[in-house]
Design a protein around this ligand. Structure first.
Ligand SMILES: [Zn+2]
Length: 474
């Protein structure tokens, strides 16, 4: 099969470029003048280049075909991040967003934690998307998110790779210990700040829609102690990378990775302080009440979620940014609420669910290999828990040796099995034999390559269901 576009169709010089499968591997075939780096060969008297899908050629591709380069998308009302840890999911994602009307995707989205666990780089994550977008002719535009970045160096790295969105993770600067302190302990910690006290203390702030928020001095002191350092950190990063249009990228504030939910009062304070200090941001991710665990539905009181989420949505609307919902994989029971209460203005991030769908394909297509991976995941689960917060009960997962082959895919309907596979991805992919070869990785990718169509179909259905549910009450 040959895919691709000729340069003339995009208004550039006439030179054919397409991606073709040669010896079981995708390669670029192009006229020599397109400038790709590869091996020359002659076809019917014409000089062509056969080129690898590598970083050098991805950079050339993004210049020749601007639709293969990321753009800023957060300014759109509805956006969705679909993190692809494996670099093979974009084909399925394209099928969803090709027909998603006014919902725009962030195809390249990885956190530093994910890069470490998969041994990938930001270059490689974006390049995989660039080639997939070209191969399948997706021209609607997509974003690239340097997700959960914690240091100026990480922000610089993502921006230097052309990422169009930076998600700043402030969790290292948020003082969770304040929540459990007594008022007396708070008074000992607190450094008086008369200006901020005069602005907030004893005052009520109207946020429209008949809603208002009131600050008492004791509450204000707590909030300042919890978020003060985080706000300073955000201002430093903003001044260094975003102020005066330094970089053409959207800025997302993430305060979601904390041990307690963000109250609407805290959310208002953080946003208001940032705006008072001149920080422009596109999205903010609070931590919502209940549990947004990875790869499973919402855990908690849905009525309470609806009440508090309505306050958060109203605050975001009042200030003019979007709420960002992290760990958005599979939160089907609250998606209609999220869509309705944000009035269809949201950013939702998913990641792990794309990996889970890949492993579901493995379970469907190669039962023997799936069983091996599953048993390995059970062995390393405790180690994987260091990176992710989950409440998995391993005893509820059926024994894979007792399950018939045909029932293995059903494990992906069961939360404990989902979380087992979800959080062990890094350990599974990195496990090596004594001779240095990978125990699972190469075979895993071989199976996925053989079943590309099934994976794309699964993603189309599953991510498609995310979108449909989000938009169901609009
Ligand atoms: Zn997050």
């Amino acid at each position: 099969m040959k895919y691709g576009l000729s340069l003339s169709e995009t208004g550039a010089a006439e030179a054919n470029v397409y991606i073709s499968r040669v010896d079981g591997k995708d390669v670029l075939i192009a006229d020599e003048r397109a400038g790709f780096i590869g091996e020359p060969f002659i076809v019917s008297g014409e000089k062509k280049i056969k080129a690898e899908l590598n970083h050098e050629n991805a950079c050339i591709m993004r210049k020749l075909f601007p639709f293969t380069a990321p753009v800023r998308v957060l300014g759109q009302n509805r956006t969705m991040g679909v993190g692809d840890r494996l670099g093979i999911a974009t084909e399925g994602h394209i099928r969803v967003f090709e027909k998603a009307g006014d919902v725009f995707p962030v195809f390249a989205q990885q956190s530093i934690r994910e890069l470490k666990l998969t041994g990938r780089t930001y270059e490689d994550v974006l390049d995989a998307v660039t080639f997939a977008v070209f191969k399948h002719g997706y021209t609607r535009g997509f974003g690239a998110d340097g997700d959960h970045l914690k240091t100026p160096e990480e922000v610089q790295y993502a921006l230097s790779c052309g990422y169009t969105m930076i998600t700043l993770d402030c969790s290292d600067y948020i003082r969770n210990d304040i929540n459990s302190m007594s008022d007396e302990e708070i008074d000992n910690e607190y450094v008086p700040d008369t200006q901020t006290e005069e602005y907030y203390s004893g005052r009520t702030f109207k946020i429209g829609e008949g809603k208002q928020l009131h600050f008492t001095l004791p509450e204000l002191k707590r909030i300042m102690l919890i978020y003060g350092k985080a706000i300073d950190f955000i201002c430093r990063i903003y001044d260094a990378f975003f102020a005066h249009g330094k970089n053409d990228a959207d800025f997302e504030i993430s305060i979601d990775e904390t041990s307690t939910p963000t109250t609407p009062l805290q959310h208002y304070f953080v946003a208001n302080e940032l705006l008072r200090r001149g920080v422009n941001f596109a999205t903010l991710a609070p931590r919502f009440c209940g549990e947004f665990q990875k790869g499973v539905d919402y855990i908690g009181d849905i009525a309470q979620f609806e009440r508090e989420f309505g306050e958060h949505a109203a605050i975001a609307r009042y200030f003019g940014y979007k709420l960002s919902i992290h760990s958005g994989s599979d939160k089907f029971s609250v998606f209609p609420i999220i869509g309705r209460l944000t009035r269809g203005v949201f950013h939702v991030k998913t990641a792990g669910t794309n990996w889970l769908e890949a492993m579901r394909v493995v379970a469907m297509k190669n039962a023997g290999f799936y069983r091996k991976v599953h048993k390995f995941a059970l062995q390393v689960f405790d180690e994987a828990k260091k990176y992710y917060h989950v409440t998995t009960d391993l005893s509820k997962i059926p024994n894979v040796d007792a399950l018939p082959d045909g029932e293995l895919p059903l494990l992906f309907e069961q939360n404990d099995a989902r979380q087992l596979i979800h959080i062990t991805y890094g350990l599974i992919l990195n496990e090596k034999n004594p001779d240095g070869s990978y125990v699972f990785k190469d075979e895993f990718f071989r199976i996925m390559d053989e079943n590309r169509e099934t994976y794309a179909e699964r993603l189309e259905a599953h991510i498609g269901r995310h979108l449909e549910t989000l938009l169901s009450e609009l």
